[in-house]
Design a protein around this ligand. Sequence first.
Ligand SMILES: NC(=O)c1ccc[n+]([C@@H]2O[C@H](COP(=O)([O-])OP(=O)(O)OC[C@H]3O[C@@H](n4cnc5c(N)ncnc54)[C@H](OP(=O)(O)O)[C@@H]3O)[C@@H](O)[C@H]2O)c1
Length: 345
Amino acid sequence: MIRAGVIGATGYAGAELVRILAGHPRVELTRITSRQYEGRPYSQIYPCFKAVVDLTCKGYDADTMARNADVVFTALPHKLPMEIVPGLLEKGIKVVDLSADFRFGDAGIYEAHYQPHTARHLLKRAVYGLTEVYGAEISAARLVGNPGCYPTSLLLPLIPLLRRDLIDPTSIIADAKSGVSGAGRAPSLGTHHCEVNEALKAYKVNAHRHTPEMETVISREAGRAVAISFTPHLIPMTRGMLTTLYAGLAPGVTETEVRHALEDTYAEQPFVRVCAQGEFPNTIHVKGTNFCDIGFGVDQRTSRLIVVSVIDNLVKGAAGQAVQNMNVMLGWPQETGLLAPPYPL
Ligand SMILES: NC(=O)c1ccc[n+]([C@@H]2O[C@H](COP(=O)([O-])OP(=O)(O)OC[C@H]3O[C@@H](n4cnc5c(N)ncnc54)[C@H](OP(=O)(O)O)[C@@H]3O)[C@@H](O)[C@H]2O)c1
């Protein structure tokens, strides 16, 4: 058994990590941390874990964490992991960070959109944790920067198309909708029930921090600098994310070639499911799972490809992919502990 620790275990991504790790057959969850709830049983914070997770929230210190864990997940707001992760790596711990702190190889891009980076030396060592695409690099990594939820939902369908030059990379438009848990557990006016219930709004138009993350990967895959149009929306459900992508098809490209690109790329990947022709995915089909479902169709009138992808933002968009990355880092089958059957509703 490998011993795992979760820093920031009482947040939404942290709680999802606790849920998945508690059922992982090769992991013992040994240490969970929280500032606000230090000393409190975890099942008091999340009563669903009563008689399931018998752990108490601890304060964080690097030495104790290193004595108690072989792998650590940092599920903290960005800026904090860059202060904590160097100390963990020095003690021989493998780390999957769920924040943005280690998603960018280029400190300049990170600093243009977040804040000064205090662990710049680690950026080149960190691997971007889009498991299906960068699995080989992840298997050799000691530090993985787990992707953002929007980037995961968008990059999984786009990368196979870019790699085969099937779309015009400069024409990509992404319209995405996220459940409210994407904003984290801390209460705020923007996520208050009365503000979001029976409401639908775009937010951070032309200003979302996931745009540079997506553009960095798309540019790498396209072999040239690419900008995309990305508009996120908040939708009144707890979890789930649906992204609709529009892109001009390269001249002469057929729907069959698009299907082959997606199906060939993900044929051996357990967590990407390509819908049959004419079918489109639904967030409820991936709720609580690590799946990304992808459907597509060609609009013959405009020669534009329309792709729809869905994930659970807390699972494939955060904790599930983080555990998938841990599995790959440890040389285990990537689906270990992640294949619990989904809820039908
Ligand atoms: N929610 C999602 O769908 C999602 C998806 C992908 C990635 N992520 C990333 O995962 C990380 C955690 O997100 P989340 O949604 O779980 O956030 P959250 O619900 O707000 O949880 C944040 C956690 O960090 C802890 N924390 C420690 N120091 C903190 C500080 N100085 N300020 C605020 N919190 C502090 C909090 O607990 P204590 O205050 O008790 O310590 C809490 O457990 C973020 O980097 C986020 O970008 C989230």
